[in-house]
Design a protein around this ligand. Structure first.
Ligand code: KG4
Length: 815
């Protein structure tokens, strides 16, 4: 059910102007925006007049809630307005209240699988009082809980379970069973009246902070929790929408993110008085010569223009991986800065010796930098011991450069090197994930072509251009699998920013991508990733953050991929495009991988043959022109990356398997074990990898059975060689059959060094031009989606706001 409402605000409160209820039947992504747009048109309301978006956070259908939330986030973020999240169950109760219902009410929403979300309320003339927290229960158990309670019942759970609940009271009329626009608005108003922020307060109601209410873990997490006999996480069930629902909701979001940081091992907090003595202890241990004392550190807390952060970790390595209360974490690092005259001066950075090389100092400095920016800083400077090469390396990697020297600066007579540069805020976190800057990665990889084509142009623009960026400017979003990405491209094909938040850490313990976790992470990360992207793009143009209004189009991967992951990007992108009245472009993910090769060679032109090898695809494609593709062959079972991952799993090497297998293979003998070359002589260009995977796993099983120690490098090398032999042989045949003289590679497996080398050798021998994507552009990222989007923009090929995500898509008919 898609529920819409439009309200006007005045000093007296929120007044509903109109509302609509649309039976969307699993197609809410196609219905939501077109209906909303039509409703506003009908009411004569312009989109820029929208000052606040109110959205139901659930509980409800996971996908439905995510579509609504992602759309609302896109709308609010692009419009720069507030996003108020309210409980969908509360909205049902409020709807009953404003319809005149009074007394005890039980809301029973359908949770599928024979379960319901039951919450009890008290409705009075004054408003709605929530009497129970959110929960998900088997319908009979919920009915038992309310037996003989004499409630007035409502909610769509009654449709399936009317008989069960007949002992709990009498149903209200059916038209009161859904959340309505009126209910959502009333909920938001009550939160405001109860002391929450004004619904138009965009700083208090930040779109990035609103998250769905989940009352269940994903199935994979649930199984893992049961296996490890862990208690149910406290941060999951949130009955937070009482008086100041919206505010509590965003606090809940923050708590969830922080808890996850603790799970990944290290949490970060601003320094407080309780932790000053721990910081002093580390100072004393690691600062040779001139440590700051506890009173000196304590005085920093109240001094002006100071920013201090600490890193916290569980006692001992074993505790990592479990949710440890913050109070039980010990201080393992700290950084302190002084902001003066637009500059952040780094005062101290220290990390416990046993916690070095975990990126803690970098993270601390980035956090300081973000705060310093809020205090008006734009640049950073610091002194570092002339002999401390590793610290200097870290600062260089954060973009600082050595300037002058302060002779005999330290108490022991050592010189200080002065380092300075822009604020080190290249990578921060979104939804508990660190953000990778693909543009800098290409440059840092020493990939000269890629770096030049990606950043060179941007630099020259930043340095001299007075005309501003070359149009069009397009923001592209990628969310098809387990990476949330956003990129901005200009009219010359230069990527001004390309930011990725990888979820791989969250999936690793399950040995593969868990779709439900992927969807959840995209919802958490998408606002932060886009914000960072616009900020970086602006910085590369030598200005402040780009605004959504500066863009000419919004693009997104719409297929193929994980449905629940794709819908988040598609809904968000549509919401954002709508809010700014921008054209909306849908991009096929596989076409993105093909175009990533342009980052390896800007002059790349079809005709060519390309191999796409990733965790989900194995394809040989003839590219007759950009947009004109013929699939020459594909896998009939597993994808190549999947085979790498499964073999790694069988060897106990963790996920993802590709990188670790290729590292080990480099030390092994590729001829040690004769694994099958499936379909090498099949006469067509198809592939099969499941037989190879089975051959490797049964080899491992047999060796273990007879008690022989495994030679893991040899197994890795022999497996990898079996893959490469077939890949290269079929690629050569495809080149012969098509007569193409250029060959390209794409997808995560394209990062495999042995595969790249094998293609190089084969192509060199035959005079074929080989173009490879830079290593940083092999995996999923939004830069490649932006490259396709630019072509689509030039062709004037746009999608409507009724577009939806698609799990599958034929590359031969990508649109
Ligand atoms: O394209 P991608 O990032 O995601 C999709 O599947 O869409 O590809 C990820 C896959 C994983 O299966 C991973 O194991 C594999 O690419 N991979 C590699 C290497 N690096 C990543 N496979 C072989 N060798 C590598 N060096």
């Amino acid at each position: 059910m898609v529920t819409l409402g439009v309200a006007r605000i005045s000093d007296q409160g929120l007044h509903l102007i109109d509302q609509q209820l649309v039976a969307a039947r699993r197609a809410s992504n196609t219905q939501l925006l077109p209906r909303l747009s039509a409703l506003l048109d009908q009411l004569g309301i312009e989109r820029h007049q929208v000052g606040s978006v109110v959205v139901g956070r659930g509980p409800g259908s996971f996908t439905g809630v995510r579509i609504a939330l992602a759309t609302a986030k896109g709308m609010a973020q692009a419009a720069g307005c507030a996003l108020v999240g309210v409980s969908t169950l509360d909205a049902i109760a409020f709807n009953a209240q404003i319809s005149g219902v009074r007394g005890e009410v039980g809301v029973v929403a359908d949770a599928m699988r024979g379960e319901v979300y039951p919450v009890r309320y008290r409705l009075t003339d004054q408003g709605v009082e929530r009497c129970e927290a959110d929960a998900v229960l088997k319908a009979p158990a919920a009915a038992e809980r309310w037996r003989d309670a004499g409630l007035q019942l409502t909610g769509d759970g009654l449709a399936k379970h009317a008989a069960l609940f007949s002992a709990c009271g009498a149903p209200l009329p059916r038209e009161l069973w859904n959340a309505t626009g009126a209910g959502l608005v009333a909920c938001a108003e009550a939160a405001w009246r109860g002391g929450g922020a004004h619904p138009f307060d965009a700083r208090a109601h930040r779109p990035g902070a609103v998250l769905p209410v989940y009352t269940r873990l994903s199935d994979a997490e649930e199984a893992e929790r049961a296996r490890l006999a862990m208690p149910a996480p406290r941060n999951l069930v949130s009955g937070v929408q009482s008086a100041s629902g919206a505010r509590a909701g965003s606090m809940h979001a923050r708590a969830a993110i922080d808890a996850r940081q603790a799970v990944s091992g290290v949490a970060y907090r601003p320094l407080d008085a309780d932790r000053v003595s721990s910081v002093a202890a580390i100072e004393a241990a690691v600062m040779s010569g001139d440590p700051w004392s506890e009173p000196m550190l304590a005085s920093e807390l109240s001094a002006a223009g100071r920013v201090w952060w600490v890193a916290l970790a569980p006692e001992g390595a074993d505790a990592a991986g479990e949710s440890v209360p913050l109070d039980d974490l010990r201080v393992v690092g700290y950084a302190g800065c002084l902001v003066v005259d637009g500059e952040m001066q780094v005062l101290r950075v220290g990390v416990s010796p046993d916690m070095r090389r975990h990126g803690i100092a970098r993270e601390l400095l980035e956090r300081c930098a973000r705060d310093a920016r809020d205090l008006g800083a734009a640049r950073c400077s610091l002194e570092v011991r002339a002999g401390n090469a590793s610290a200097q390396g870290l600062y260089r990697s954060l973009g600082l450069q050595a300037g002058g020297v302060r002779p005999r600066y330290y108490a022991d007579g050592e010189d200080a090197l002065i380092m300075a540069g822009p604020l080190p805020i290249g990578a921060h976190r979104a939804g508990g994930m660190s953000l990778r800057d693909q543009v800098s990665a290409a440059a840092a990889n020493g990939d000269p072509d890629a770096a030049a084509s990606v950043v060179g142009n941007a630099r020259s623009m930043a340095a001299g251009s007075v005309e501003g960026p070359v149009r069009p400017l397009i923001l592209a979003i990628e969310s098809s699998c387990d990476e949330t990405g956003a990129a901005v491209i200009d009219g010359e094909g230069t990527l001004l920013a390309d930011v990725v938040a990888s979820q791989v850490d969250f999936h690793a313990r399950f040995g593969g991508v868990v779709p439900e976790i992927a969807s959840r992470k995209h919802v958490e990360a998408i606002c932060g990733v886009c914000e960072e992207c616009l900020e970086q793009a602006g910085a590369r143009l030598g200005q402040g953050p780009l605004a959504w209004a500066d863009l000419d189009a919004v693009a997104v991967t719409y297929a193929p991929g994980l449905m629940g992951a794709l819908v988040v990007g598609v809904a968000f992108a549509k919401g954002a495009a709508w809010a700014q009245g921008l054209p909306f472009i849908g991009v096929n993910h596989l076409e993105g991988h093909l175009h990533a090769n342009k980052l390896g060679a800007a002059d790349l032109r079809p005709p060519l043959v390309a191999s796409l090898v990733s965790g989900g695809n194995t394809l040989l494609v003839e590219v007759r022109d950009w947009g004109d593709y013929r699939v020459l062959g594909e896998t009939i079972d597993d994808a190549v990356g999947e085979a790498f991952d499964k073999v790694a799993k069988a060897l106990g090497l963790g996920y993802p398997g590709g990188p670790v297998i290729s590292r080990l293979a480099a030390q092994g003998n590729p001829d040690a074990i004769a694994f099958p070359r499936a379909m090498l002589h099949s006469g067509n260009l198809d592939f099969s990898l499941s037989g190879l995977k089975t051959a490797v796993t049964s080899y491992i099983g047999k060796e273990r059975e007879v008690g022989r120690p495994l030679n893991v490098p040899d197994i890795a090398a022999s497996f990898q060689q079996a893959v490469i032999d077939v890949q290269v042989a079929k690629a050569l045949r495809a080149l012969e059959e098509t007569g193409a003289t250029t060959f390209c590679l794409g997808g995560g497996v394209a990062a495999n060094p042995a595969l790249r080398a094998a293609y190089q050798q084969a192509c060199d021998q035959r005079g074929v031009r080989l173009v490879l994507p830079p290593l940083s552009a092999c995996g999923d990222h939004a830069g490649m989606i932006a490259l396709v989007a630019l072509e689509r923009f030039r062709q004037g090929r746009f999608f409507g706001l009724d577009a939806d995500a698609q799990a599958r898509c034929d590359l031969e008919r990508p649109y």
